[in-house]
Ligand binder design. Structure first.
Ligand SMILES: *[C@@H]1O[C@H](CO)[C@@H](O)[C@H](O)[C@H]1NC(C)=O
Ligand SMILES: *[C@@H]1O[C@H](CO)[C@@H](O)[C@H](O)[C@H]1NC(C)=O
Ligand SMILES: *[C@@H]1O[C@H](CO)[C@@H](O)[C@H](O)[C@H]1NC(C)=O
Ligand SMILES: *[C@@H]1O[C@H](CO)[C@@H](O)[C@H](O)[C@H]1NC(C)=O
Ligand SMILES: *[C@@H]1O[C@H](CO)[C@@H](O)[C@H](O)[C@H]1NC(C)=O
Ligand SMILES: *[C@@H]1O[C@H](CO)[C@@H](O)[C@H](O)[C@H]1NC(C)=O
Ligand SMILES: *[C@@H]1O[C@H](CO)[C@@H](O)[C@H](O)[C@H]1NC(C)=O
Ligand SMILES: *[C@@H]1O[C@H](CO)[C@@H](O)[C@H](O)[C@H]1NC(C)=O
Ligand SMILES: *[C@@H]1O[C@H](CO)[C@@H](O)[C@H](O)[C@H]1NC(C)=O
Ligand SMILES: *[C@@H]1O[C@H](CO)[C@@H](O)[C@H](O)[C@H]1NC(C)=O
Ligand SMILES: *[C@@H]1O[C@H](CO)[C@@H](O)[C@H](O)[C@H]1NC(C)=O
Length: 844
């Protein structure tokens, strides 16, 4: 009797509290859900926990991460016509006031989905079982997706408040988690590691991590990088308080890509942009950041690469065959073709969908193919390159190759007739003119293969004329044959000449300059690249030896597959810079797609191995460290002030300071950011360098050589303290060296910071602390207050004193300055000239 009362109570409880009411969140399961043999959900619009939104999408909620405000939820999702459903994770907004109702005016934002390629229909089911984890089964019984976590039994599933859907075993350990299987979005707490990527809907673009850079690639074969960089700043132009929308940095840190909550603002209780919630790689290759604007209850978005890439540089900005000019799309208008239209818009109302050929290419009918010239465009080439040919040879090579859609000849600087012929098998968007923006491949003519329809059967009245045409044609043909013969003879005759020309070209670059090596030379010198010295952001470094036995370091630059003349010019610039404290460039190689730089060999490797090593054997004493600091300062002074072209290094860090056998320090990799930027991505990179060493003004985009002074300040501090600026292995409050430095400065306890693992450093504690003042001087957030590198040298040499009035506020980013952003992009490019007085003194 008593028992049935209990049952009754339970039933009443269920009816009152657990049976779901439409849109009532108290009804929605939240957080953790235990697996049972029969847990399953059917995709049905009539389910009480399904919600139709005003933007046309519908969801059936399975589990949420919270009960009010912006929460994550997982469940079935569809948009518009609702034929195809996804099992997805999305943001929802649950009204705090209105009884926990899901707000229908705030559309769901999908941040992950299981079955993008395999959508299911209505009546599909999602099962949660302890043996098989999650299994998504379509209405017809086919399995659309599963977690395949069969090795461990599943005790339950948790929709965490970070947006990470996890399957847990009995020990509450995750056997599967959605964060490990990213789709096209990355939420605030999620990071991307090596081997992972975001892939845009449709699969054209992806974003991945390579060493310390993020790579945006177009998924052709081979992939084409359209942007790369260490980090980007995301800022919203929203009319609210500055503090709500301070820019946040998104980039690679410790080999993982994600949001940087701590890069500059370390040591402060500063939460940058709580409201920036996720980024998404769109089907058009744009990476957009999304923030929740609480006051207006709506999502805001920002195109995160807007400051970094021109619209036309997205490789499909105007679709196939489309020509992009000033963010407008058009179809090719060939030069000197009258009347006939060879191209049409793929969709008349959507110009950015590209163009298509009116009569498609037919490999069976190559006689009726010919080329239309489109002048002065830049394009991206990932196809075959035929070296040292002329225009006719280039066109011929394209005609003979069925998959060739266009050909273009990049003339050599030493010949108006010969060059490298690019055989393009896919025509992405072409970019019109504008050499000043894209220095990637100089604008040139591209010859697009088109098809004429087979000739119509001639009508009797026209026969006569046709005969004439045939006669003319055959005489032309024999003439052509004659020319061909002559051409072949000329070619045979010129064969030797060509190599002479190449030789000349080779000689052009020799006097006083780094030596040009062939790829085969370098292969031999490095024993086929067998001994790897290291991997950096720019490429992999191998050990080698010259014929006389002198050791060399050969750097194979990554991701450059474009022929470019300015590579040689940049190499010349770098090669002409000689200073004892700069690593010398001995030679280079630019052959086919290979770009290599040959440097003097530094036997003691890079500084990081010496100062961050807790092994006593590797320790550098105070005397050596002082010398190294002075060496670095002298090297940078030379770059900034003494060579012909002012050069900002832009990536000063211990990995780029090399030590020779006598522990002389030399700065490496200067000038590279410029070289790579232009070659690799056809895009102007604004933010460069390594997180942690980046000066705060990167955010305002007013960049001077003082960014190097800031990075020098960080490196100096690291040398004195014998630890990295950011150290995971330390307790959280002391993880960030700069924050700790500010704290100890205030408490006047700087001695605590001196390298603990080195006795000699401890012995010279007072001197070390004194040197920390130099670091503080260099780290000031107002770049105009930082000293020049030559002043630093003077202080280190004891002929000058550190300025008294130091602002110990090292990490406060300046308030973003929208005016400064309008600067000419060239100003920001790392390398030779970074300063424009007019910009610096302009209105702020
Ligand atoms: C659903 O479609 C509408 C209109 O195409 C679009 O604005 C909205 O962003 C879509 N919603 C999602 C979550 O994709
Ligand atoms: C889904 O299942 C319900 C109940 O079994 C059935 O009435 C309905 O017709 C099904 N819908 C579709 C589209 O198959
Ligand atoms: C999941 O398991 C099924 C059956 O065991 C297998 O066919 C499928 O390839 C697996 N999928 C993945 C992604 O491992
Ligand atoms: C589920 O995730 C939340 C964090 O979102 C966590 O607090 C909770 O402990 C998790 N539950 C289990 C059973 O792991
Ligand atoms: C998934 O989320 C949980 C809770 O937020 C977190 O502990 C775990 O590290 C996350 N997994 C990954 C791969 O980030
Ligand atoms: C992205 O990741 C997927 C799955 O891990 C992989 O199949 C694909 O090749 C990757 N794409 C790129 C461009 O790295
Ligand atoms: C920004 O705010 C100011 C003052 O509140 C207002 O006058 C202006 O119209 C706003 N601008 C926008 C774009 O909302
Ligand atoms: C090209 O077309 C224009 C008008 O459409 C005409 O005036 C001109 O004569 C044509 N030129 C040739 C070479 O056919
Ligand atoms: C062109 O685009 C419009 C708008 O999206 C669409 O309604 C129409 O069906 C498209 N036309 C073709 C031929 O694809
Ligand atoms: C045809 O051109 C494509 C694209 O450049 C290239 O990948 C392929 O190797 C070429 N085929 C031949 C037979 O040369
Ligand atoms: C490129 O040059 C043209 C003409 O010289 C100029 O109008 C345009 O502003 C330049 N573009 C950029 C981005 O500097």
């Amino acid at each position: 009797m008593g028992l049935s009362w209990v049952w009754c109570g339970v039933l009443l409880y269920l009816v009152l509290f657990l049976i779901p009411f439409p849109n009532l969140v108290t009804a929605l399961p939240q957080g953790y859900l235990k697996a049972s043999p029969s847990t399953s959900w059917t995709n049905s619009l009539s389910a009480p926990d399904s919600v139709k939104f005003r933007d046309g999408s519908t969801v059936r909620i399975i589990l949420t991460s919270g009960s009010s405000g912006l929460v994550f939820a997982c469940g079935f999702f569809c948009n518009q016509t609702c034929k195809d459903y996804l099992f997805a994770i999305f943001y929802l907004y649950i009204d705090e006031v209105d009884m926990g109702k899901v707000r229908e005016d705030v559309g769901p934002r999908v941040v992950w989905s299981a079955n993008q390629k395999n959508p299911v229909s209505i009546n599909a089911t999602l099962q949660l079982s302890s043996e098989r984890g999650l299994v998504l089964q379509d209405a017809d019984g086919t399995i659309a997706w599963s977690t395949n976590s069969s090795r461990k039994s599943v005790a339950g599933i948790n929709m965490t408040d970070t947006g990470n859907l996890t399957l847990l075993d009995e020990n509450d350990e995750a056997s599967w988690q959605s964060f490990d299987h990213p789709t096209d979005s990355l939420v605030f707490k999620q990071t991307l590691g090596a081997g992972q990527n975001l892939t845009s809907e449709g699969g054209l673009f992806s974003l991945s991590v390579n060493a310390d850079e993020m790579l945006f690639s177009f998924n052709s074969n081979p992939p084409i990088t359209y942007y790369s960089g260490a980090s980007i700043s995301l800022s919203f132009d929203i009319n609210t308080s500055v503090y709500d929308y301070t820019p946040v940095s998104f980039g690679v840190y410790d080999g993982r890509l994600g949001f940087a909550t701590f890069m500059y603002w370390i040591g402060y209780d500063y939460r940058p942009l709580q409201n920036l919630l996720y980024v998404r790689l769109g089907a058009d290759g744009h990476l957009r950041g999304y923030a929740w604007q609480k006051l207006r209850s709506k999502w805001e978005e920002v195109d995160s690469l807007k400051e970094y890439i021109d619209f036309c540089d997205y490789l499909m900005a105007c679709g196939n065959y489309g020509i992009c000019r000033n963010a407008q799309c058009s179809c090719p208008v060939p030069k000197s073709i009258n009347g006939t239209n060879y191209f049409k818009r793929t969709n008349d109302s959507l110009p950015d969908r590209g163009c298509s050929l009116v009569s498609p290419l037919s490999c069976e009918d190559t006689q009726n193919q010919f080329f239309l010239e489109v002048q002065d465009v830049t394009y991206v080439s990932s196809g075959r390159v035929v070296q040292n040919t002329h225009l006719e040879g280039c066109k011929q090579a394209c005609l003979m190759n069925c998959s060739c859609q266009a050909a273009s000849l990049q003339y050599y600087s030493w010949s108006p007739f010969r060059g490298d012929c690019h055989i393009l098998s896919g025509i992405l968007s072409l970019k019109s003119g504008d050499r000043n923006v894209t220095e990637y491949i100089p604008a040139a003519s591209i010859y697009i293969k088109v098809q004429n329809l087979p000739r119509a059967i001639p009508s009797p009245g026209r026969k006569k004329r046709n005969r004439f045409v045939i006669i003319l044609g055959s005489s032309l043909a024999s003439l052509f044959g004659l020319f061909l013969l002559i051409g072949i003879l000329v070619l045979l005759f010129r064969k030797n000449n060509d190599s002479d020309e190449a030789e000349e070209y080779y000689l052009d670059y020799v006097p006083g300059m780094p030596t040009r090596y062939s790829f085969e030379d370098l292969q031999a010198m490095t024993k086929n690249f067998s001994k790897k010295l290291g991997v950096g952001g720019f490429g992999t470094v191998f050990e080698g030896a010259l014929i006389d036995g002198t050791k060399i370091a050969v750097k194979h630059l990554n991701g450059i597959n474009q022929i470019k003349k300015s590579f040689l010019a940049e190499v010349e610039t770098i090669g002409s810079i000689h200073h004892f404290n700069l690593v010398r460039l001995i030679g280079f190689c630019a052959q086919r797609s290979h770009r290599l730089l040959v440097y003097e060999y530094m036997s003691n490797g890079s500084l990081d191995k010496w100062i961050f090593h807790k092994n006593h054997e590797f320790n550098l004493d105070w005397h050596r460290r002082k010398k190294i600091i002075l060496d670095i300062a002298k090297g940078l002074t030379y770059l900034h002030e003494d060579c012909d072209k002012k050069i900002a290094h832009l990536d000063v860090k211990p990995e780029n300071i090399l030590l020779d056998e006598n522990f002389n320090a030399k700065v490496a990799d200067f000038g590279l950011s410029k070289l790579i930027d232009r070659d690799q991505s056809q895009v102007v990179t604004i933010m460069r360098g390594t997180p942690g060493y980046l000066a705060p003004e990167w955010l305002s985009l007013v960049i001077t050589e003082k960014v190097d002074v800031y990075s020098f300040g960080v490196v100096l501090l690291e040398i004195l303290c014998g630890r990295r600026h950011f150290d995971h292995s330390q307790p959280e409050e002391v993880m960030h060296l700069l924050g700790l430095f500010m704290e100890k400065l205030q408490k006047k306890q700087l001695l605590d910071l001196v390298d603990k693992y080195c006795e000699d450093m401890q012995l010279h504690g007072a001197e070390v602390v004194d040197m920390m003042r130099v670091s503080a001087w260099c780290l000031q957030s107002d770049y105009s207050k930082r000293p020049s590198m030559s002043m630093v040298v003077k202080v280190l040499e004891g002929v000058m004193d550190v300025e008294e009035n130091i602002d110990y506020n090292f990490c406060n980013p300046p308030i973003p300055n929208t005016r400064a952003r309008v600067m000419h992009p060239e100003v920001n490019v790392g390398g030779a000239t970074t300063l424009l007085d007019s910009v610096l003194s302009g209105p702020r």
